[in-house]
Design a protein around this ligand. Structure first.
Ligand code: UT7
Length: 330
């Protein structure tokens, strides 16, 4: 059975506190010029006041439900993409459901790093195909700052915290929102060691009394990740267009993973995508991992960059490696 689905509402939420490039100049051996030229990032919102994954997902979900004209009690399934849940147990999805005042529904976390939103969207599509009456709340959030070493200039300047949320149901007459025309997701564990957070996992456990080691934080071979990100995101977006007999001229808005402006530009160039069609907000948020694409999508819709009728192409890439593309029609 194949049931087409539609994003009925979107929302996003970021912590209040902001770290600017000038703040990083005081923390590590870096400067605004290096950060802006190499990444495009100028500031990022960081959970300095202790906001958690569930806090931000709650904020984004309330907005998405409001936009969808639904109550939390209408939701039948909660799918939450994150690598930085509040706890290993209970899952962030269970905690979010509880915070929203709902229980008795399927609630689960999805781990696909920066590609989490598209992995969760594919999961939502499968759930709706199985249960056409399903009303799925999808949240994607990372508190990357909880796993960033703020003495490592090679990684700390890149990341921010945030959440995006979407309410997804089967499509039907009279419904408005973003029709999910297709999702493609992929992975390759062979190169997973190029971007890791190993410490504290069962493969690298910590014993009581151990000091936190470097492996507790994001470790990355930036140059290699960069190359893979450009190749994988371009090719899966090309595959998406080919699959639907489309070209870049048919696309109204391209929303790629917001990791680095140079990656965005390189992917845009490979796809021959005019700059004017590319939405970016990484300048003010940095790389928010799983939240990156839904945060950008939610803002692009709120700002009118995505309009009724827009054909929107999504692209993502993250640790694992995982990558994907989505095609939406508003
Ligand atoms: O969601 C996916 C997650 N990750 C990514 O998307 C990241 C992908 N990679 C990148 O975006 C880029 O590789 C970076 C932005 C991380 C780095 O840019 P790069 O042009 O690849 O620089 P590099 O790593 O080759 O480093 C160049 C120089 C090095 O110094 P030396 O060895 O040439 O003396 C670094 O030590 O820049 C130095 N450097 C910095 N300098 C000032 C690295 N970080 C900084 C910094 N400030 N923050």
């Amino acid at each position: 059975m194949n049931t087409s689905c539609i994003i009925r509402g979107l929302g996003h939420c970021v912590p209040d506190s902001v770290l600017t490039n000038a703040d990083f100049e005081r923390m590590v051996d870096t400067n605004d010029e290096w950060i802006v030229t190499r990444t495009g990032i100028r500031e990022r919102h960081v959970a300095l006041k202790g906001e958690t994954c569930v806090d931000l997902c709650h904020g984004a979900s309330v907005q998405a439900l409001k936009q969808a004209g639904m109550e939390a009690s209408d939701i039948t399934h909660v799918v939450l993409a994150t690598f930085s849940p509040d706890a290993f147990i209970p899952s962030a999805a269970c905690m979010l459901s509880h915070r929203l005042g709902i229980s008795g529904r399927m609630a689960m976390d999805v781990s696909a790093a920066c590609s989490g939103f598209l992995y969760a969207l594919e999961t939502a599509r499968a759930l709706i195909a199985l249960h056409p009456q399903a009303k799925v709340l999808l949240a994607a959030c990372d508190i990357v700052s909880s796993r960033v070493d703020y003495t490592d200039r090679g990684t700390c300047v890149l990341f921010g915290d945030g959440a995006g949320a979407a309410v997804i149901t089967a499509d039907g007459p009279g419904l408005t929102g973003g029709r999910v025309l297709d999702v493609l997701v992929s992975s390759d564990g062979a190169v997973g060691d190029l971007l890791t957070i190993k410490g504290g996992g069962s493969g690298t456990p910590y014993k009581l009394g151990d000091a936190i080691r470097r492996d507790f934080f994001v470790e990355m071979n930036g140059r290699e990740v960069y190359k893979h990100a450009v190749r994988a995101m371009s090719s899966i977006c090309e595959e998406m267009l080919t699959r639907h007999g489309l070209t870049t001229s048919d696309v109204d808005v391209f929303i790629p993973h917001q990791a680095n402006l140079r990656i965005v530009e390189a992917v845009g160039k490979r796809l021959d995508m005019p700059e004017a069609k590319v939405f970016t907000n990484l300048q003010k948020y940095g790389n928010t991992s799983a939240a990156s694409v839904p945060l950008a999508l939610s803002e692009a819709v709120a700002e009118g960059f995505v309009k009724p009728g827009s054909l929107v192409l999504l692209g993502t890439f993250g640790g694992g490696f995982t990558w994907g593309s989505g095609l939406l029609k508003f």
